[in-house]
Design a protein around this ligand. Structure first.
Ligand SMILES: C[S@@+](CC[C@H](N)C(=O)[O-])C[C@H]1O[C@@H](n2cnc3c(N)ncnc32)[C@H](O)[C@@H]1O
Length: 233
């Protein structure tokens, strides 16, 4: 079954924060990934892009890692963005309604001193043109951090992912949002998406360098990874 990812996120927006708030480590792990970008000097003078910002959880993580940065946060779902805009943000944070595939047309242009894409790339029907565009939008030497369910390819990790999805994530999603489609899709999409090594190779294939991967503690070990890569200086 295929789903329209943007409409599903529109429908999930009202309860999204409640659902991820109940997930131990969701915010902490986003913060881990943002810190792994090693943004210099508290972010002073930097312009960062949070692509697929959703309700702003990744935007907050980026700001925690670089409190003085200017952040442009972009999402294709009007519903998720409306939730994000309800929070108090510094004036340096702006939200843009756009698809990752059409950033330039929406006026979102680099150079960015860092790009964060948390739980986005796995959702793209064709990630390569988007990643090629992101490489061009990075300033020389600047990092792209992809944070996602990109499994390590071990049978054990696939089994844990399937068990957690069907015992916790899909039932909780159904109870909280009244719909299970997005959460069944989440399960399937992670099994189909790149392994973490394939994702790292994909980024290298786009000419990014200094590619590093790191996982998360707890049950997400080997399941959620940060892949940080840089545009050559
Ligand atoms: C799982 S949410 C993650 C949100 C946020 N980054 C976080 O970490 O909480 C994925 C977000 O990606 C957005 N998204 C999916 N496909 C997109 C696309 N092609 N362009 C822009 N945003 C997209 C969805 O609307 C959704 O808000």
């Amino acid at each position: 079954m295929t789903i329209d990812v943007t409409s599903e996120f529109d429908a999930a927006a009202a309860s999204y924060d409640r659902l991820v708030g109940a997930s131990p480590g969701y915010h902490r792990n986003l913060s881990r990934s943002a810190h792994r970008m090693r943004l210099p000097g508290e972010g002073a003078g930097l312009h960062l892009l949070d692509l697929g910002c959703g309700t702003g959880a990744s935007t907050s993580a980026l700001l925690a890692a670089a409190p003085q940065a200017r952040v442009t946060a972009v999402d294709a779902s009007a519903g998720m963005l409306a939730k994000a805009r309800q929070a108090d943000w510094p004036a340096r944070v702006s939200f843009v309604h756009a698809r990752a595939e059409e950033l330039a047309a929406a006026g979102v242009r680099g150079p960015f001193d860092g790009i964060f894409a948390a739980y986005l790339v796995r959702n793209l029907p064709d990630p390569d043109p988007v990643l090629a565009g992101l490489r061009e939008a990075l300033a020389p030497g600047a990092p792209l951090a992809v944070h996602d369910y990109a499994l390590d390819g071990r049978r054990r990790s696939r089994a844990i992912w399937t068990a957690v999805c069907w015992s916790v994530i899909i039932p909780a999603g159904k109870v909280v949002t009244g719909r299970a489609g997005l959460y069944r899709y989440l399960w399937r999409s992670a099994l189909r998406f790149d392994t973490v090594d394939a994702l790292a190779a994909r980024l290298r294939g786009h000419g990014l360098v200094d590619v590093r991967t790191a996982t998360m503690p707890g049950w997400e070990r080997g399941i959620v990874h940060t892949v940080v890569a840089r545009r050559p200086a």
